[in-house]
Write a protein that binds this ligand. Structure first.
Ligand code: HSE
Length: 401
């Protein structure tokens, strides 16, 4: 019997308890041993909960118990999650975490600590919820240089954008729905302002290039400025607005960004709706691959954590090598990044916009008056900013077409 301690009994932690219980026999076969939860550490009490008797308020109960071999960290946030995970590894226990904030900030350090102790620090659920993406990057895609990662990495914002565009819900209504379904972060600003997908693209890019990408260095925009009118224009172009996290290797530099992007029906990310996430990777020899599944929510995310528990047990005494050095990658200057833009300006600025921009296409949305909307050809971010500053831009959204 292998004992597990869970730290944090919120949506994901309780999901892990449920998955380890419901799939007990299946997991025992896969892990080669029976797996049972011995402690659940949380500040709160859970009267009447099936796991009530396992609750402890003292993390030391877990670290001091030699029977506990694997710690599941599902508390989220940086502190005290970092201190707990470090202590667990130092006490000889492998750790499985769903905590993207922790992984983005301390991933390299915790991996090195796990390695030095012949243990494992696993974090499949930190990106893409239930989608396997960390393991493929670390194991299946190691023979090829990854030249592009582009993905819908946040379930909450994809749910909101889908509800706004397909069901006409307001931003607030859709956000409330995402919160009720357990998709959103405790502070949903992390979702809607793009901080959550920013951490996720930082993790994926760090793994792809084997060095630290600091999320603070990534240009990040959320979806709070997307209006009903933007969605109408997207519809007029047979496109959808998605919040994408992306990084690409260009002339030896890695460029990264998180921002809303319009994708048209030809793009593989167009049909990724609701809470679904998808990560699209391009390798030099491999070409393109896409990973798709539920990017948030209790059981999909918990199933990824539980699979890490199985992996940690299967690799007892062996460190699964993960290349992620603390040395930092200096990202390419965002101003030099090339993008194409959809732009709306007041109708009176039509001629000025035509003079300033190399306009690829003018866009009409019959329901909207008094505006001039267009698509630019590919241009550097800094050139766009310089020209856009000369107009009263109503909105601008990057496009993938
Ligand atoms: N709030 C996150 C999301 C949870 O909506 O994607 C999963 O990381």
């Amino acid at each position: 019997m292998i004992y597990v301690g869970i730290v944090g009994y919120g949506t994901i932690g309780s999901g892990v308890y449920e998955v380890l219980g419901t799939n007990k026999d299946y997991i025992a076969k896969r892990a080669g041993e029976e797996v049972a939860v011995k402690y659940i550490c949380d500040l709160r009490d859970f009267p009447g909960d099936p796991a009530e008797k396992l609750i402890t308020h003292d993390f030391n109960d877990i670290v001091n118990d030699p029977e506990v071999k694997v710690v599941v960290e599902t508390m989220g946030g940086l502190h005290p999650a970092y201190e707990f995970v470090k202590k667990a590894l130092e006490s000889g226990k492998s750790v499985c975490s769903s905590n993207k904030e922790l992984v983005a900030e301390y991933g390299a350090e915790l991996l090195a600590l796990a390695k030095s102790k012949n243990l494992n620090f696993l974090f499949e659920a930190s990106v893409g919820g239930g989608i396997p993406i960390i393991r493929p990057l670390n194991q299946a895609l190691t023979s090829d240089e990854i030249v592009e990662i582009r993905g819908i990495l946040n379930g909450t914002t994809n749910y909101i954008l889908t509800k706004m565009s397909k069901e006409g819900e307001s931003f607030e209504e859709a956000l409330k729905g995402a919160q009720d379904l357990g998709y959103a972060e405790r502070n949903p600003e992390a979702d809607v302002e793009g901080f959550d997908p920013c951490r996720k693209i930082a993790i994926l890019t760090s793994l792809a290039y084997g060095k630290q990408v600091d999320f603070e260095d990534i240009h990040t925009e959320g979806i709070t400025k997307i209006s009903k009118e933007d969605i109408i224009y997207a519809g007029a172009m047979n496109a959808a607005i998605k919040l994408l996290g992306s990084s690409r290797l260009e002339n030896g530099s890695v460029y990264a960004q998180v921002s809303p992007i319009m994708v048209d029906t030809d793009h593989p990310l167009y049909g990724v709706n609701d809470v679904y996430n998808a990560i699209f990777l391009r390798g030099e020899s491999l070409g393109e691959v896409m990973f798709y599944g539920k990017g948030a929510g209790k059981l999909p995310t918990a199933s990824a954590v539980a699979a890490d528990v199985v992996d940690a047990i299967k690799h007892k005494g062996t460190n699964i090598i993960t290349i992620w050095d603390k040395e930092k990658i200096k990202l390419g200057d965002f101003g030099e990044m090339t993008n194409t833009f959809f732009v709306r300006v007041p109708a009176g600025e039509k001629e000025k916009a035509r003079e300033l921009f190399d306009i690829r296409r003018e866009i009409n949305a019959p329901a909207i008056d008094g505006e001039f909307a267009f698509l630019t050809s590919a241009m550097k971010e800094k050139d766009f900013e310089e020209k856009a500053a000369k107009l009263n831009v109503i909105s601008r959204i990057r496009t993938a077409f």
